[in-house]
Design a protein. Sequence first.
Lengths: 255, 299
Amino acid sequence: MTEEGISPLPYLFWEIMLGLAYEFDWGVLWRNPYGMYLLQGIWVTIKLGLIGWAIALSLGVLIGTMRISPWRWLRFLGTAYVELFRNIPFMVQLFFWYYAGPMLFGASLQKSINSIIGLNYYVAIIALGMYTASRVAEHTRAGFSSISRDHYQAALSTGLTHPQMYRYVIIPYALRIIIPPLTTEFLTIFKNSSIAMTIGVLETTFMSYKIDSETFHGLESTTGACLIYLALGLAVVRLMGMLESRLKIPGMIGR
Amino acid sequence: MRKCFIFTLAAIFAMTLIGSVALADETMDRINKTGKIRVGLREGSIPFAFIDPKVGKHVGFSVDMTDLLVEKLSQHFGKKIEIQPFTVTPKTRIPMVANATVDVEMGSTTYTQKREEVVDFSYIFFFSETTFLVPKDSDIKTIKDLNGKRLGGARGTTNLKAIEDQVAAGKYKPKDIVVVETHPEGFLALKGGKVDAYSTDRSLLEGLRMKAPHPENWKTVDFAIAYEPYGYMCREGNSDIRDFINNTIVWSIKTGKFFEMYDKWMGPKGVVPIPMSKTYRDYLTLICYPQAPDWWKKK
């Protein structure tokens, strides 16, 4: 049984501690076929992050709104969702959805679910989306709470119904307020997507470990992965910064 | 001219002396001096070296081989040599041998050229086959049947690499290759129907199968797609201890002790039954070089 490369860093630590010759070979980041591995990994990471974020944002805002709605059972549902999803480690959720999830659907449906090609990829997207949604919901609620009571009353007194009040007054305000914490969540979803590696999704971290196990150049491949995540993160920060300045209402928030 | 010749002779003589001093290897010296041999043993490599929960000690085929080795070492030095066990893992075993934390590693380590550069390997004592675990009623009988199937493997293992390489070479075309993190997860994926066949070493697959609630529902296929040779490790350049290990292996084959040990751990009633193939038996017979009947005696 050879398991080299399962975790490159301890191995590398020993390699350096022992003074074994470690020769840097940055070529593993672009040489055929390793460069292709990384590109595929980046593409999967981007897809995981963006689709997961779409789910997280829509579901999160919905649930955050539920948590402050005047109807008790809606509030209860929202709270239950948030507490369930944000209090269980993401990795455990991922394992649950991947290995135990299909069993919830009964024997015959379970079989057809399990035979889906690329199931781990879809599970990773859904799990990422649902986990991040619980965090987005909390930020949304914080955004709602920061809007003063007068706004609610003013909106209702103009004759808007409750849903209309949220749709036209409160949510547009709240979303603007919470853009900075949402940026953090958007960054986190890319970073969390690396955990999808544990169910065999071929994303960036997976590919960098794969390159390590094939070339024994873990330091280079891990550095490559770091730079990729850094670049993705900076791109997101930039994007959200542009969004923030474009959407800001003069005189409302912002200095 | 003559002076020169004498000088050369003297130089050669001196070098032989130095050479013979250098020959006494550090590991053997150390064992002699301390009366102990530090052995790296695995905790979960069933049936080669693992902890038996009932006795809380290392047991297994390679542990029995260690006992034989120590018996012979004791006879060699004319005093009792004690075993000092160290637990090693797949990640630490090579560094621990290389940096002399342990004198020898007796487990189930695959002999590779890359590893040979840092440590020395004994003779190959076992061949593990990369093969597949499938449901009892599976239609996978030959390599060709792998076409259109979903195959599973654990990340970073040589088994997964073998599948990927063979697929890249066009030997067969599976529908999908599902990568998991650990072997129990792989078995879970097989049980859930996420893969049609899960791949790793035959001994490990049999171990997984025996631990399942219904072992009879699963089987390993008859063919293998790759072979991995196992060897014992000692420190690079310490040829005396390596010779001693090799001598012990050969001696155990000749005296039949090897086969008794194999039967104990991998026979039909063993922990993990793996029938000994004819090729493997032939290999064991063929590596037996001539040995003095009292080879372990100090010269």
